[in-house]
Design a protein around this ligand. Structure first.
Ligand code: ZN
Ligand code: ZN
Length: 135
């Protein structure tokens, strides 16, 4: 089994950002990441953004546009599929990553019909989690 908190081929800064997100288990803004890593020599948001760019490119971190924050991928195989969906609870803020091969192929087919070669998308489903919907 691969060690989830450390990845080969990443710089020290990329690994630190990845570990901060993995430990948080919930989305963090770039500034929250910066605050957590000040003790590790991080000084400027740009250092965090550079690391995030690479981690997102590799597919082990996802950006949540609607929350302006970042979350560690919860599926080891995510780099093999470009489409990712998240549920975001508007009440408690719980964020869950969903993987669905059918969604992946459906979106690709839908885009292909208009001649578009889709590579990545992040779908953000907003609503209420099970606890909040029934509570
Ligand atoms: Zn993922
Ligand atoms: Zn909730």
């Amino acid at each position: 089994m691969a060690e989830p908190q450390s990845q080969d081929g990443l710089t020290r800064n990329q690994n630190l950002v990845l570990m901060a997100l993995t430990e948080a288990r919930s989305p963090l803004s770039a500034y929250t990441i910066l605050d957590r890593l000040r003790g590790d020599g991080f000084r400027a948001p740009l250092q965090v953004y550079r690391a995030l760019d690479k981690l997102i490119e590799i597919g082990i971190v996802h950006r949540l546009e609607s929350m302006n924050s970042f979350v560690a991928c919860s599926h080891a195989q995510c780099e093999s599929h470009g489409q990712t969906a998240f549920t975001i609870c508007q009440n408690c803020g719980e964020v869950t990553e969903l993987a669905d091969d059918e969604l992946d192929s459906h979106l690709k087919a839908m885009a292909a019909r208009s001649g578009f070669d889709v590579r990545h998308s992040t779908i953000e489903l907003r609503g209420f989690c099970r606890d909040c919907a029934t509570g």
